[in-house]
Ligand binder design. Sequence first.
Ligand code: SAM
Length: 289
Amino acid sequence: MSQIDDLPPLREVVRRHGLSATKALGQNFLFDLNLTSRIARAAGPLDGVTVVEVGPGPGGLTRALLAAGAARVVAVERDARCLPALAEIAAHYPGRLEVIEGDALKVNLAAAAGGAARIVANLPYNVGSVLLVDWLTSERWPPWYGSMTLMFQKEVAQRITARPGEDAFGRLGVLAGWRTEARILFDVPASAFVPPPKVTSSVVQLVPRAAPLACSCAVLERVTAAAFGQRRKMLRQSLKSLGGDTAALIAQAGLDPTQRAETVPIEGFVALANALSADDTRRTEPSEA
Ligand code: SAM
C-alpha cells in the first residue's frame, strides 16, 4: 500500500504548517501511513464505528482511521498549531472528523464520543499512563469504550500487560488485568517516529472485561499502592501502611503473609481490597454498646 488517501504526504503537511515537534507535548510523529494504517487495522473493522483519538498531531493516524472506514473520529489535540492541518483532513472527509482543542486529561471523552466508541491513539508519553489509569478506573463499568488500541513506550506496555510473577508486574498490571484483557500487539522501532524517541514503542490492546471481579476500584488502588510501594518486602511488612490489623487482613484475603506483591495474583489483590473495605466498614460503623 503506498497511498491511503489523496491528501499530501505528512512530511509536506508538517513542513507547510511549521509543526516542529515539541518535547514538552510528547510529540513524536508518525509519517509512515502504512504504519498508521497497521495501527488502525489493529483496532478491528471500523465501519460504522466512532473512534476517539487523543493527540492526532499532524493527523497520520487520524487519516488512517478515516481511510479504514471509521464513521466518525473525535480527536482531542492540545497543540493549536496542529488545527489547520487537521482542518484539511476534516474537509477531505466531510462530517466525519471532529477536532476538539484541549487537554485530554480535562475533556469529558465519554460525552464527546456521545455513545459507544473505541479509543485509538499514539499517546503522548508524558501523560499516556495517567490517561490509561483514568480510563481503567472509569466509575461506570463496562465503560463507554469498547476497546483501546494504544501506543506506549515498550517498557510501559510491558508493565500494563505483565502477569503475576513477572518483574514488570505492578500497579498498572493489576489495574489493567483486573478490568481488561490486555496484550501487546506489535513493537514499533524508534526510527519510525520523527523525532525518534530513545526507546522502542509497542501497540497495546485492552478489551474491557464484561464482569471483572467485584471490588472497589479506589480501595484496590490503595492496596496496590501499599503493596508495590515496597515491592521487595513481604506483604506482612508492606501492607502495614494501610493501618489496622495487617495479619488479619492478609488472612482474610487467604494470602500468605510472607508473599511479595509481585507474586500475588489479581484475585488476591481483589480479596485484599474486599477485606480492607469490610474492615473500613466495621471501623466506621457505630458500636452497639
Ligand atoms: N497521532 C500523532 C502521530 O501518531 O503522529 C501524534 C502523536 S504524538 C506521540 C502525541 C500528540 O499528543 C501530540 O500531537 C501532542 O501535541 C498531543 N498531546 C500532548 N499532550 C496532550 C494532552 N494532554 N491532550 C491532548 N493532546 C495532547
